[in-house]
Ligand binder design. Sequence first.
Ligand SMILES: [Zn+2]
Length: 410
Amino acid sequence: MRITTVLRRLLGVTKMFVEEVCFTVDGDLAVTVRPTWRLSRCGQCRRKAPRYDRRPVRRWRHLPWGRCSVDLLYEPWRVDCRTCGVRVEQVPWAERASRFTHDFEELAAYLAQITDQTQVHRLLGISWQTVGALVERVVARRIDPDRLSDLRRIGIDEFSYRKRHRYLTIVVDHDQRRVVWTGEGKSSETLVPFFELLGEERCEKIETVTIDLSAAFIKAVREGLPKAETIFDRFHVQRLASAAVDEVRRSIVRKLAIEPEQAKAVKGTRFILLKNPWNLSRRQRSKLAELQDTNRCLYRAYLLKETLAKALDYRQKWRARKALDEWLSWASRSKLKPFVKVARTIRKHREGILAYIKSRLTNGLVEGLNAKIRMIARRAYGFHSYQALAAMIVLTCGGIKLDPPLPTGS
Ligand SMILES: [Zn+2]
C-alpha cells in the first residue's frame, strides 16, 4: 500500500488526497492534501464555481497522532462565484473561516460538553476564546433543525450571568426536555424573534407555557401565543411567600432592637422559617414552637407560607381553588403588609396559578437546566459574549449528541 493511502486512511477524512508528509521543526506532522473533487466550490454558498486565483498555503489543525500534532496544508483556490463574487473555495475537511478540521472541532466540542476549559486547553492546546468560536460552529452544524416543529408545551425563564448584570431568556421544550431557543435580555421584546422564528402556524400549536410572574413574559406570551394556556410556575409563587416571611421577620427584628429578650427569640430563625417543615431538626422545631408563643406575627407569616404550599399540593382543581381562596382571604386580613401584597399578586394571576394543578408542569426543568448552565458559566468559556454562552448552552442542554472521532473500542 502506498504511504499516502495509509496516511489518508489514518487521517480519516473523506474526499481528500494526501500528497506529501513531512515533520516540522517542532516535530509535528505537516500533511499536504487536496480535495478529490475536480471543480472547486464556493466557500459561501457551496455551489460549483470557476477558479479565479490561488491563495498562499493555509493550515488546519487535525486530530493529534500520538504525541504529534497534525496540520493539514493546502493552497486554496479563490473562485469567482456567480452569486457571491470572488470567494475562497470550500474544502471537504473544514468549515469556512475555521482553522480546524471538522473532526478536531467535534472532539473539542465533545470535550467542552463534559469538562472545563482548563482540561480542553491541556488536551488540545486551544484557548477558551477558540473553544467558544468553535462551539458556535459545531452547534450551527449539529443543532436539530426540527426542534421547533412539534412544540406543544414550553417553559420560559431568565438566566443572569456576568454577576447578574446581563440576562438571557431560555425557552425549553417540556416534552423533549431540552433548550430550543435562547435570546439576549429578559424583556417582552426578547421573545419576539422567537415567535417570528416559529411563525404563525407553529405558534398556534403551542398549548401550554410555563413562566414566572414577570410582567414582561406575561405580556410577551399574551401577545405572541394568545391561544396557549399560561401556567405560572408554582415555585416562583411560593418564593413570593418566602420573601414575605423574610420581610416580616426583618421588620420585627428592626422593631425589637430595643427589646432584647424578644429579639433573642426571633434571632436565628431565618432558615427555620424558610425551610420545609419536614426538613427541620428537633432543635429547629422547638425553636419554632418557642416562636409560636413569643411572636405570633412571625409565626402567622410562617403558617401563611406553609398553607400556600399545601394549597398547591392538591390534585383536584376544585380543592386547590377552595384552599387558595381561603388562603387569599386569610392573607388579605393578616395585617402583615408583605402578605397583603402577595395576596394581591396571587389574586391577579389566580387562574394561571391554578392551571398548574391539572398539568403539574413547573419550570423545574428550566431551573434544573439553570443549575447546569450556571456550572457551564463557571467553567469560564469566555462568556463575555452572549453568542458564546448561548452556543455553549445549546451544546450542553439542547440535546446535541456528539460522537467523538475516536476508535469506538468495539
Ligand atoms: Zn457562492
